[in-house]
Design a binder for this molecule. Sequence first.
Ligand SMILES: [Zn+2]
Length: 274
Amino acid sequence: MIEQGTVASPVEVAGTALRSGVRSRARLRPGRPDSGVVFVVDGIEVPATIAHVVDTTLATTLGGHGVRVVLVEHLLAATLAAGIDNLRVELDGDELPILDGGALHWLGALATAGRMAQPVLARWWSVSQPVRIETPAAFAMLEPAESLTLDVAVQFSHPQIGAQRWSGDPISRFGAELAWARTFGFHADAERFRAAGMVRGVSLDNTLVFDDVGVLNAGGQRAVDEVVRHKALDALGDLALLPGRPRVKMTASRGGHAVHHALLRAAEAVLVRG
Ligand SMILES: [Zn+2]
């Protein structure tokens, strides 16, 4: 029997918020069995579910009852990878810190807190038939499977990116292959986002920034395919928005949060749960 899990003890994580640039704190506390991941802002609970997604620009933003929670996907990916089904995340403000731009700090915090098994069978979800989303630029599909696998591809006409693909089991390979892959962006877009007040917390400490020919970060990329690895990390985090552990094969090409969420909404119509 695979039991549900939560953190064994509370742990606090602090860092810069992506949008506002102010200091942001998250306290991770044990969650009740079958409660899933629940964010708490000003005492208001916002469950990490697809029904609560209110924005997909640059990050997955949840909302409800007048509050918002920005940038949930990296923590959610880490919870799936760490076997944490239930978690209460109390926030100062309405953003999770960007930290390293990936999920390494979240994974480390969950390891520090430790995992406590809960004597309830872990829930899972799948689809009864394949579902797909196609746009002029992107494609994504979910198929029934015994366990979770991802097949993610990107295509950017940038000399340091080009066509990249990552496929495999994102849970067992998360720490070694995905967690350290950083959020990325293009310098050419930075001014537009900055003027809109959307990226005050972005720096070369938390974001891989490409100019026309290369990378602005000292040390360059952590792998030649860091971009697609981050896309896989994001996809895993978004899959956490349906209740339980995914038993699907997800294929995504040139996707992003908006495509992932459309796919999950399509999956709800043919959802199988156990
Ligand atoms: Zn991301």
